[in-house]
Design a binder for this molecule. Structure first.
Ligand SMILES: *Cc1c(COP(=O)(O)O)cnc(C)c1O
Length: 222
């Protein structure tokens, strides 16, 4: 199967109004260009250095999504070039992004990452923390940040029931926040990866982040 075949197959399963982010981390420029030539313009990267290199050497009409853990000392590299930072997992990071965006006189678009999985990925805001964040209107402290929605990484599991529970929790939280944070732009729910995107879409995902099903396995030893 070529990248073009993989994309056709995946896109047949994704409704028009759900955004496909092609997760290109650990894949070289030539691989990304294959997807680009198929018409894809949204790519996801998880490391600041890699994002920088790719952004500077690939076509300028690509929208880069930052999806990995972001250290505050890397914020200055990511803010100017990321069209959306999916993985904002603390107020400390919001502060760092605000500072950088203010310096550049721009608005940085972010999603808040929710800690939802039962294991491993122990990152992100807890649902009750986020409710408080919006109840107390703490977003007002960040005039140079636009919070476009929420993101999660579900448990890495074959257990469909567990995944359903996690996606349902996300959708419920998302709706609860929309009531408190009544903005036209708070509308993105980034959830679903290669193994679970169909289920995520059924539960209200608006953005799926798909890597290995498009590009094959990643070579971590580059
Ligand atoms: C790597 C990664 C993906 C893509 O995972 P696949 O299983 O290869 O589709 C999606 N989201 C995040 C946050 C990732 O780090």
């Amino acid at each position: 199967m070529t990248i073009s075949d993989n994309l056709k197959k995946i896109k047949a399963d994704i409704p028009q109004d759900v955004r496909l982010v092609c997760v290109s981390k650990f894949h070289p420029n030539e691989t990304i260009l294959e997807a680009y030539q198929c018409g894809e313009r949204h790519f996801g990267e998880s490391r600041a250095q890699e994002l920088l290199q790719k952004q500077s050497s690939l076509p300028k009409d690509i929208y880069w999504h930052f999806i990995g853990p972001l250290q505050t000392n890397k914020v200055k590299h990511v803010v100017p070039i990321a069209s959306l930072i999916h993985s904002v997992d603390s107020e400390k990071l919001l502060n760092a992004i605000e500072k950088e965006a203010a310096k550049l006189n721009m608005t940085s678009h972010v999603l808040l990452e929710v800690y939802i999985a039962q294991e491993e990925h122990k990152k992100g805001f807890k649902p009750e923390e986020l409710i408080l964040f919006f109840d107390e209107q703490r977003w007002k402290a960040y005039p140079h940040i636009q919070i476009d929605g929420l993101m999660c990484i579900a448990s890495l599991t074959e257990d469909t029931e567990l995944l359903k529970t996690e996606f349902t929790t996300m959708k419920t939280l998302f709706d609860a926040i929309r009531k408190r944070f009544d903005n036209d732009y708070f509308k993105e729910l980034s959830m679903g990866m290669s193994n679970d995107f169909n289920l995520a879409i059924l539960h209200g995902s608006t953005m799926v982040r798909i890597g290995s099903s498009i590009f094959g396995n990643r070579n971590y030893k580059q």
